[in-house]
Design a protein around this ligand. Structure first.
Ligand code: CA
Length: 227
């Protein structure tokens, strides 16, 4: 199974850290924690996170001063701060922060904004507008799928599920994440909906739908598009 995306949480308040850890685990991320800027920079070098959630009021230095250093490591940086001052937000974004969330935050919103930041950040590497796997071409920019050059007609839900998988080829995307993104948060447990759509997609895209090679099962976890 490919490694999950890694998120570095820089936060000196242990209660908030625990809350973030729980939310990130729910989103299928691996979590690394730091309680100061110094710890964050060492975790950045050692763990090479894909994204950083950065508090600003830290014991050794102001988080604002760390944004540039963290960005230089190639990670997406989302500031998560109690400071509501617009000037502070603008400063953080000017220094290269990808997003800014004010505490107290809604964890679903945090996960949604993290996904967006990661998509932008990983753009060149994982999110291509055009995913080609064997005879299948998924054109995410034009919402068009072809098989050996012929257009494959997909329902909106079929396309939605395929696009979720195609954004991160070779990564396992959790059932709940796909359901939330395609059907909405109220349906994140509606595994039957997802199974039906996956079956239809396999009928339309796989050489042998009974032995799927394109859309792989990770039992009990999710699906993965074979890249
Ligand atoms: Ca703090």
């Amino acid at each position: 199974m490919p490694a999950p995306l890694k998120i570095l949480v820089v936060e000196d308040d242990s209660a908030i850290r625990r809350l973030l850890r729980g939310a990130l685990a729910r989103g299928d991320y691996a979590v690394v924690e730091a309680g100061s800027v110094r710890e964050a920079l060492s975790a950045l070098a050692i763990d090479k996170p894909d994204a950083v959630l950065l508090d600003l009021g830290l014991p050794d230095r102001d988080g604002i001063e760390a944004i540039g250093l963290l960005k230089a490591g190639g990670a997406a940086v989302l500031v998560v701060s109690a400071r509501t001052d617009t000037a502070e937000k603008v400063a953080a974004l000017d220094l290269g922060a990808d997003d800014y969330l004010v505490k107290p935050f809604d964890t679903d919103e945090l996960l949604a904004r993290l996904r967006t930041a990661l998509r932008h950040r990983l753009g060149a590497r994982a999110l291509s507008d055009r995913v080609e796997i064997g005879a299948i071409v998924i054109d995410l920019a034009h919402r068009r799928v072809t098989r050996a050059g012929a257009e494959v007609h997909l329902s909106p839900k079929e396309y939605g599920v395929l696009a979720e998988l195609a954004r991160f080829p070779d990564r396992v995307i959790r059932h709940t994440v796909i359901l939330r993104e395609v059907w909405g948060p109220a349906h994140e447990d509606a595994l039957d909906y997802l199974r039906i759509v996956i079956r239809n997609l396999r009928q339309k895209l796989e050489d042998d739908p009974a032995r799927p090679r394109l859309i792989r099962n990770e039992p009990g976890v999710g699906y993965r598009l074979q890249g």
